[in-house]
Design a protein. Structure first.
Length: 327
């Protein structure tokens, strides 16, 4: 017998306001055609003043709890991946704990930029396997519109706002030798390389108030590292589970750029209809992008119980990683 972290619910929240590429092209030197060709993005949701990380994360978590038929007191840990918290402290996770009416346990934020959800899954799986938690909410919630330089066409066209959440619950499995039949998280792998911190970063925060706190990126370098690191991450996940690409039913990748997503799908020999894509409508919602994509594909019936799902992400840090989950 082994403890497994079973994914029992998933939900998302997107801000009401939708901004198509053409709207950006009216005030920036860019075009719908350029953005679509280079990134696959057609539109993004942008948060209004009251749609903060805590507000959106709470709504995504409520949807995940509803799908899992779970109550607030079934949750004993909340992990929030965000680079755009409402406040330095209390953590966004603690604010969401209060909003949800979760009576106890513990809650904290985790900073891993666009890899925040994968990092969260990894930490949560460790807590569950060690017996330190039985019901863990992992939430990715981001308002990158607040850290954009809206004059920089190289970055501001790429990102959107939103939140996604999953509920993991401790369940029984039979152990690593039965990875092909057990439900739940089969493996997570997380990595970082701090020496590459300056190719994608935010120049300031509450500890450096003299700086504006704006996202800066060397797009070409990030693209180059993303393709290499994510390919390695996919191979690492399969090798660790003695699996091949034939065992994977779905790729649910971080949604940064359609060209990177398609390259990963090809690497796994997956037909395009087995790769979940939301970047066209959501743009890059950072830590929220994977749970938002998963929520969509579960809600519309594409991803079914028993399916093998591979998730991967890369973000500022650099950080990157993968999670292999049987639904
Ligand atoms: C950002 C990205 C789309 C740029 O595409 P690219 O093909 O690498 O384009 P380049 O940066 O080489 O720029 C090519 C030209 O387009 C211009 N350009 C940049 N943004 C533009 C825009 N929104 N509209 C029109 N032109 C634009 C550049 O200024 C450059 O012009 P120049 O040659 O006159 O200097 C691409 O590098 C990318 O997706 N990188 C990964 C980013 C990412 O995923 N980040 C998040 C990771 S979590």
């Amino acid at each position: 017998m082994a403890i497994r972290s079973i994914l029992t619910g998933v939900g998302g929240y997107l801000p009401k306001r939708i901004v198509p590429n053409d709207e950006l092209a009216r005030r920036l030197e860019t075009s719908d055609e350029w953005i679509r060709e280079r990134t696959g993005i057609r539109q993004r949701h942008l948060a209004g003043a009251t749609e903060t990380a805590a507000y959106m994360g709470t709504r995504a978590a409520q949807a995940a709890l509803a799908m899992a038929n779970a109550r607030p007191d079934d949750v004993d840990a909340i992990i929030v991946g965000t680079s755009t918290p409402d406040q330095a402290f209390p953590s966004t996770a603690a604010r969401i704990q209060a909003e949800l009416g979760v009576p106890g346990g513990f809650a904290f934020d985790l900073a891993a930029a666009c890899s925040g959800f994968i990092y969260g899954l990894s930490v949560a799986d460790g807590l569950i396997r060690a017996g330190n938690a039985k019901g863990v909410l992992i939430i990715g919630t981001e308002v990158y519109s607040r850290i954009m330089d809206w004059q920089d066409r190289g970055t501001c066209v790429l990102f959107g706002d939103g939140a996604g959440a999953v509920l993991l619950r401790a369940g029984e499995g039979t152990g690593p030798e039965h990875n092909k039949t057990d439900r739940g998280i089969l493996s997570t792998h997380i990595h970082s390389q701090g020496s590459l911190g300056d190719i994608l970063y935010v120049d300031g925060a509450v500890g450096r108030r003299e700086l504006p706190g704006t996202l800066r990126m060397n797009g070409r370098e990030v693209f180059r590292h993303a393709v290499t690191r994510l390919a390695e991450a996919v191979e690492e996940a399969l090798a660790a589970n003695n699996m091949t690409h034939d065992d994977v039913d779905w790729l649910v990748p971080h949604q940064a750029n359609l060209r990177i997503i398609e390259a990963m799908g090809k690497r796994l020999h997956l037909p395009p209809e087995r790769v979940v894509v939301t970047v066209d409508r959501h743009a890059n919602t950072s830590a929220a992008s994977i749970p938002l994509a998963l929520a969509e594909a579960v809600a519309d019936g594409r991803i079914q119980r028993g399916d093998m799902v591979l998730m991967e992400a890369l973000g500022g840090g650099l950080t990157w990683g993968s999670a292999l989950v049987r639904m």
